[in-house]
Structure formats: structure tokens, C-alpha cells
Design a binder for this molecule. Structure first.
Ligand SMILES: [Zn+2]
Length: 68
């Protein structure tokens, strides 16, 4: 069993909601984040997280996206 740690939600990045954009990238709507149930944080296995520059814990999913 791996340890679960509170992590900034990788889907909404801690906002608790996600923006819906049109094809031009303009914000047209927003909705509660379904991944963290609009809490902005969720528990993930520790090996799937890392400490970001601000000292917060984030999912490695974000890290991979940032390297694009
Ligand atoms: Zn979320």
C-alpha cells in the first residue's frame, strides 16, 4: 500500500472548477471540477506527486504537461 497525500488537483490546478474554452481558446463557461469534486485538492499515491517550486504538492501529470 502506498501512502496517500493531499495534492493540488491536476485537472483544475486547485481552482475547484475547470474552464471551458471555445476553438479560439476564449473562456466561454466553467464547471465544477469532476476529478476533485470542486475541492481543488485530492489524495493521490505519493509516488505520483512531486513538490513544486512554491512548496505545494502536485501530480506528476502536471509536470509532464509543463515539459511539452
Ligand atoms: Zn479539480
Amino acid at each position: 500500500m502506498s501512502e496517500l497525500v493531499k495534492t493540488i488537483c491536476p485537472r483544475c490546478k486547485g481552482n475547484g472548477f475547470i474552464r471551458i474554452q471555445d476553438l479560439l481558446g476564449e473562456d466561454i463557461d466553467q464547471m465544477d471540477c469532476p476529478q476533485c469534486d470542486s475541492m481543488g485538492e485530492l489524495f493521490l499515491p505519493i509516488e505520483l506527486t512531486f513538490i513544486n517550486e512554491e512548496g505545494g504538492r502536485e501530480s506528476v501529470i502536471n509536470k509532464e504537461n509543463n515539459n511539452e
